[in-house]
Design a protein around this ligand. Structure first.
Ligand SMILES: Nc1ncnc2c1ncn2[C@@H]1O[C@H](COP(=O)(O)OP(=O)(O)O)[C@@H](O)[C@H]1O
Ligand SMILES: Cc1ncc(COP(=O)(O)OP(=O)(O)O)c(N)n1
Length: 538
């Protein structure tokens, strides 16, 4: 920990108007390098507040995972009072950024002045800036109103690959760096700020971080999110003696999830808030990193979007994932696909009875082919099951599949004319299940076969309820089929399959559980495609 004797006096009294000490103006000046010693930014005692007032100057992400929206959640999750001045509006969801609109910089300047004229700001987090004019507006405000904690996340390109800062503004962003106390670049941003190649290893990243710390005088948070491998370290680097050592590394495990949308935004605003409360960067990172890891671990519970989903900022207000069954996590993962199924034309037409007969016939024929392959895979699950109850359940289910297949041919398909061929979606789905059965992992196999029980039962229950709610019209062409969805035996079998998956997850390793989620998600995706296939291939 830094001794208080090396720390300078307070930059601004907690309730006094924000003061504006002189700051170095460009990267690479010796004044900038000296700053860490002469005026290390966070002046602990004065900035420590039970509920710090934290301003985020960043872009808006309407999907709520990154930008201002993530910052406000992150600030609140760390006990701060959040404020937001919006630099840019994005058209964005979990799959990418589709457009960016940057309002006039003068309007942002007005917002910033209105805030600092009225409110003592304990910490500022700066995120997406968009263009050079916005950077200039933020810069002149920072030079005027110098909050005690300034965290700069040099947002340039989203994980999706979309640009969030005009290329022509990169030099202006470099010029802003010495005004920050903490800079939180990811590996690509770190390389760009140093005008060097991206680091290909953790030691190389730390070296690059050290160079950036030395030219800016700021503390650098080097992030390991984009590294390969099972670990995910972060490090604080300061060459001016602000930390207990020049480089302080915090090890961390990599969470096997693709829900990493907004991790950088959330981390930087959490650090700004924690620093305003604790006045110590190391203590702040020690508090923030485990929170972020848990927010990633619990992200599946949110079930937001079909791409890189957001993290769960308020996971600590809910039972932790470990207290929930693994099946709850799988169910959260399935929600986007379930929603996709309900919005399919095939499902809507089947429910209201307007579905073309050839599409229904194609669906039935593919179902029969699928059930045959599915039966073989269930038989394999029976062979691998660790308990007799599991062995019996999967064997019985395999047999029932063959019985339903033969019933389909005897009744539903006997009066219809359909091409008997194996459709592309059916083939891909069965191939995926067969690959899971060849993986040798019972847990992965059970996760792969589960959506066919679970999503089908859920969709069936909903469709049947809608059919009854519409008065169960006698002339509905698919009424007999919709009534089959009410089968209580299938619902009971589904409950048992879920319980067996839960049990398999409990017995499996961490890696196996991660592989279960991947296999389950893939099958959920195939469930959507299976219902959509008649529209394309009938
Ligand atoms: N899969 C993961 N598991 C654990 N921590 C992660 C994971 N992905 C990112 N992080 C953490 O999220 C934070 C943001 O890191 P990073 O992804 O490198 O930045 P950015 O979001 O700006 O691209 C860092 O603290 C990093 O360690
Ligand atoms: C409005 C907005 N600001 C920043 C980002 C980038 O967020 P970040 O946390 O750096 O990382 P990803 O979300 O790209 O993983 C954004 N997307 N939108």
């Amino acid at each position: 920990m830094p001794s208080t004797s090396v720390l300078p006096p307070t930059a601004a009294a907690p309730d006094a108007p924000n003061a504006a000490p002189a700051r170095a103006s460009a990267v690479g000046t010796s004044a900038a390098a000296d700053r860490a010693l002469s005026e290390p930014a966070a002046s602990p005692s004065a900035t420590r507040r039970p509920v710090p007032r934290v301003l985020s100057i960043a872009g808006s992400d309407p999907s709520g995972g990154a930008g201002i929206q993530a910052d406000l959640k992150s600030i609140a999750a760390h006990g701060g009072y959040g404020m937001a001045a919006i630099t840019a509006l994005t058209v964005q969801n979990t799959q990418g950024v589709w457009a960016v609109h940057v309002p006039p910089a003068a309007f942002l300047a007005q917002q910033l002045d209105a805030l600092s004229d009225d409110i003592s700001i304990d910490a500022v987090k700066i995120g997406m800036l968009g263009d050079a004019e916005v950077i200039a507006a933020v810069r002149s405000w920072l030079e005027k109103v110098r909050p005690a904690v300034v965290v700069l996340d040099p947002v340039m390109v989203a994980t999706s690959g979309d640009r969030l800062l005009q290329e022509s503004a990169e030099a202006a962003l470099r010029g802003l760096l010495p005004l920050a106390d903490l800079i939180t670049p990811n590996l690509a941003e770190l390389a760009m700020l140093m005008d060097e190649q991206e680091a290909d290893s953790w030691p190389a990243a730390l070296e690059q971080g050290r160079r950036l710390a030395s030219v800016t005088g700021a503390t650098i948070l080097v992030k390991g999110g984009h590294l390969d491998g099972g670990s995910c370290p972060d490090a604080l680097v300061n060459t001016g003696g602000l930390l207990s050592e020049e480089v302080v590394v915090l090890q961390g495990e990599r969470v096997p999830t693709r829900n990493s949308h907004g991790t950088g935004c959330s981390l930087s605003s959490a650090m700004a808030t924690a620093q305003a409360r604790l006045g110590d960067w190391e203590a702040s990172l020690r508090q923030v990193k485990p929170w972020l890891t848990a927010a990633l671990q619990n992200s599946a519970l949110l079930g937001v979007g079909r791409g890189n989903g957001p993290i769960h900022h308020f996971h600590h207000l809910q039972p932790p994932a470990s207290a929930l069954g693994f099946a709850d996590i799988l169910w959260a993962e399935a929600q986007p696909d379930l929603e996709a199924i309900y919005s399919l034309q095939f499902i809507r037409d089947l429910t209201d009875g307007s579905l073309a007969e050839n599409q229904f016939a194609y669906y039935l024929a593919q179902d029969a082919i699928y059930l045959n392959g599915y039966s073989r895979v269930l038989a394999r699950a029976s062979a691998l099951a660790p308990t007799e109850a599991g062995q019996l359940f999967w064997a019985r289910s395999a047999q029932q599949c063959l019985e339903v297949e033969s019933e389909l041919h005897r009744t539903w398909l006997s009066t219809r004319t359909v091409e008997p061929g194996l459709g592309p979606v059916t083939k891909s789905y069965v191939d995926h299940l067969t690959a899971a059965s060849a993986s040798g992992s019972y847990a992965v196999l059970v996760a792969a076969v589960l959506p066919c029980f679970w999503l089908y039962a859920e969709v069936g229950k909903t469709l049947h309820a809608e059919f009854l709610a519409s008065g169960a019209p006698a002339d509905h062409p698919y009424s007999a089929w919709l009534r089959t969805y009410a089968d209580e035996d299938f619902a009971a079998a589904t409950r048992q399959a879920i319980a067996l998956a839960d049990d398999a997850a409990r017995r499996g390793s961490e890696d196996e559980r991660a592989a279960m989620i991947v296999a389950f998600r893939q099958s959920c995706r195939f469930e959507v495609e299976f219902f959509d296939a008649p529209r394309h291939h009938a």
